[in-house]
Structures are given as structure tokens and as C-alpha cells.
Design a protein around this ligand. Sequence first.
Ligand SMILES: *Cc1c(COP(=O)(O)O)cnc(C)c1O
Length: 408
Amino acid sequence: MNYKSFDVNKVREDFPILSRKVNGNKIIYFDNAATSQTPIKVIDVISEYYKKYNANIHRGVHSLSQEATDAFENSRKTIKNHFNSKETCEIIFTSGATHGINIVSSGYSKILNENDELLVSEMEHHSNIVPWQMLCQLTGAKLKVIPMSIKGDLEMDEFEKLLTSKSKLVFLNHVSNAIGTINPIDYIIKKAHSIGAKVLIDGTQASPHIKTDLQKLDIDYYVTSAHKMCGPTGIGILYGKKSLLNKLPPYQGGGEMISDVTFEKTTYADLPHKFEAGTPNISGVIAFGTAINYMNNIGFDNIFNYEKELLNYAQDQIRKIEGVEIYGDSINKTPIVSFNIKGIHPYDIGSILDKMGIAVRTGHHCAQPIMDFYKIPGTVRASFSFYNTIEEIDLMIKGLKKAIMMLQ
Ligand SMILES: *Cc1c(COP(=O)(O)O)cnc(C)c1O
């Protein structure tokens, strides 16, 4: 695939926000790992829903409710096809990746005991650490950490040593949101399965860049959020193999998730409704499907190859700056560059770049263990998307040099 066949200027026209100004300058949005921007098609689908067929789903006999239900369930099929789950009912709508992880971790509170061990990687987002710590407190199970190297790769020898017959569950991100490493989940899943452990993959940072095949990778549980892949905030999915989700107790009780309710006893609905208590984010679900169609139209190969060019160019240019240190130098990376300039606090760099209309993130990126590993308080993180350009990276480099002059 030749990335030059990809017309970034045409793609940019799909994103209204990219033409606005910030502090008098045209916005340069390099905070895509925190949330992506939204194409006009997705924005329109949300407004169409409220203009034309806003109604509660599943229970109504009237036309609006049927239309809303059809659009909602069609979106589930789109998402099922994109991630290639075996069955549509294995796709559970959540408010986001965090919610999905909590559904699984709370379900395991009834399954684990103090003889069990859980394996987590050192490079996780807090949302894939804290729910499991809470689970360990409840059950007495032990949390073991797969260490990372200075380069930002997981230490696979250590992983294999930690994996024992006591390991019940391994959970890790496909891609690190703080340093961009793409983890070898294929290998990790095979190893974990060989001793009977299940694997939860946090795909939130991978799904905007890589098309993931749930069946091919034999993933047990998977979560992601729409707002990092051109969709709206407040919507995401939990995937689980049907046999596993059937065994997992429900997370919340309420409407929609029941089969029969009396004051003596309630029976639960079948998948996926068992985990979808209450009125869902209907327009969000519909818009998530639209976002996935939008990205597939551009093509994930095009996206990955073009973004790789952006990443390589940005890393080369940033490396030339005196006193710079880049964190995470894996050969397998999504377009994230996390760095510091010697003697300058990341926050100060972020503030000066913002004055120039350049949005980067500064801080620990909800991954404090990585910051502890590198013994730093935080980094400047520039994270790119397929609608960014080489010219924008040049402007950031110019801005960085100016910031350094002002701050040193
Ligand atoms: C953003 C992110 C999350 C959290 O996603 P929410 O949408 O806030 O629930 C979890 N893991 C990774 C790797 C992320 O990048």
C-alpha cells in the first residue's frame, strides 16, 4: 500500500473542527490519544437521530421506536463485523472502555479466591489497573506485574516466568496510550491459553489505528471506546466470548437486563441485554457504527501506513532537538511521541504550544507506573491521527524550539 495514494487534504475537509482557530492560530490537534476529532458524517447522524427518530428502543410498538431500535441494532452488527466477533450478542454496549473493564472485574469477584493470581502489564492506563486492585482487595487474589524495558517493550521472559497454573486472568493494553508501544498480544494470548488463563485486551489505543480480529486472535474479553476512533464520547463496547459472558454475573440491575421480575425472584435477559441495564446512549451507539464505517472507508491499511510516516518524521525531527529525551522506542508503535526537554517542565512546554494553537497533552497520561519506571513526573505527548500533516509537525517543531528559547 502506497500511503501517497491517501489524500489527507481531502480527508481534512470531513472534520469541521480542523478549520477553527485557537489563540489566533489555526488549530493543530495532536491530542488524538486522549480523544479523536469527529467527522461531519458522525456529527450529522447524531443530529438526525434527535431531529427525526428520537425514541426509546426495544420495547415500543410505535414507528419511531422501531426505527431507533433498527438503527441501534444495525450499529451493533456493523461493530460486530468490524471486530469480527462470532456472534452479534457478544458485543455489549458500555459507556466506554473503563465501564467495560469494570463489568468484567466486578464479575470476577464471585469467581476468584486468595489462591488466584492476576497478571497486568507495567504499561497500563489506570482504568486497567485500579478496577483489578479493587477486585484483589475483595477476593484476596494477587496482582503480578509484567515489567517493561527502557525501550518500552514488555519483558517477555518475565511474563513467561510469572505465568503459572495460579494465573486466572491476564489483562493488558494492545497499545500503550502513554508511549505508543504495540504489544505482542497474539503471543501473550497463546501463552496464557496454554495454561488455561483468560485474557482481557484493552483495545482503546489500538482500535483507532489497527483493525483487530477478535476470533483470529482468540481474545476472551475486549474493550474499547468510540471517542478515540472518530465517534462520540460516552459510548464503547465490551466484547466477551459468549460462553464467558454467560457465566459472568450482571453488573447493574434495572430495566432492559431482565427476563422476568417478581419480588421473589428475577431472571436475567439473554446476551447482550443482560449487561445493558437502563436506557442506553442510543445516538452514541448509532454514531459509533457510522464512525467505524467512516474509518473503514478510508481503510485501516491507509491509516496505519500514513500515520507511520507521520510518526517516523516526527520522531526524527524531535530527536534533533538538543536535550530531548523520547520515552518509548519500540519498533512497533502507533503515532505517539512522548518526550521531555532537559530542565524544562512538560507543563510549561504544553502551555506555550497552546498559545500557538498547538494541542499536545502533558502529564502522566493516566499511566503513573510508566512515569515511575522512567523516574519522571510526566511527559509532553504528541499523538497523531490520519488527518494530521507533515506541515503541522514542522510547525510544532518550530513551536518547540521557540518554547525552549523562552524557557531556558
Ligand atoms: C483512553 C484509554 C482508556 C480509557 O478510556 P475511557 O474512554 O476513558 O473509558 C483505557 N485504556 C487506554 C489504553 C486508553 O487509551
